[in-house]
Design a protein around this ligand. Sequence first.
Ligand code: PEP
Length: 261
Amino acid sequence: MARHPMMAANWKMNKTVREAEEYTAALLPRAADAEEEVDVAVCVPLTCLHEVGRMAEDSAVMAGAQNFYYEDSGAYTGEVSAPMLLDVGARVVIVGHSERREVFGETDEMVARKAKRAVEADLLPIICVGETKEERDAGGMWEKVSDQVRQVIEELEDAGGESIVFAYEPIWAIGTGETATPEDAQDAIGRIRDLLRETKGDDFADTVRILYGGSVKPENAAEIMAQKDVDGALVGGASLEVESFVELIWAAQNAVAQTEN
Ligand code: PEP
């Protein structure tokens, strides 16, 4: 079963509203050219989300946030909820990015609860999993990643494969310029899909999209996108310039064309 690839930008803590407007205005027509083959998401700071959500409303580009809290309202100073994100046009949200886990202390349990709440609210969560360099060097990559994936799927219960996206993001490759080899990306992502097949069945495993993230750039995207289980990428640094993000969308589009030939 062919899955629709996704190219998702993570701007992290970058861009003013004016910069976001300029970027989105440039991106929309370019992304429209690829919309048949590639889903495009732009996960922006909350201050820009309302404007990006408004501009992208009638387009194929999905505006997204980088985090949220799983309660809907209440005494949670500094947080925003799923209904608040929907209210300003978000359609996707990154959940459990390693920077949230490492800098802000998010636990696997919180990540799983956020994933569940996003699905219930009809927001597409991009759920990040991945190991540190020390864990990989000690041979513990799979133990770490499989544990993270299991905790999410146990919490999700009946959600279908199309209602979530996983992103395998080895922490040592994020923002470092050090990319996993295409074979390493395929190995980890293929194992995640096998685990989902064992635990959730064929339908789920064949429809769920699993992205790679970690120093993806125009020069290395084609090889990564060509891997059989890699369904796209979550991109930080190389998504900040619209031209390089568009090149990544083309790489995903070309990968689709090559699979069809
Ligand atoms: C990310 O922020 O999820 C990411 C993969 O960043 P970068 O592409 O800069 O490594």
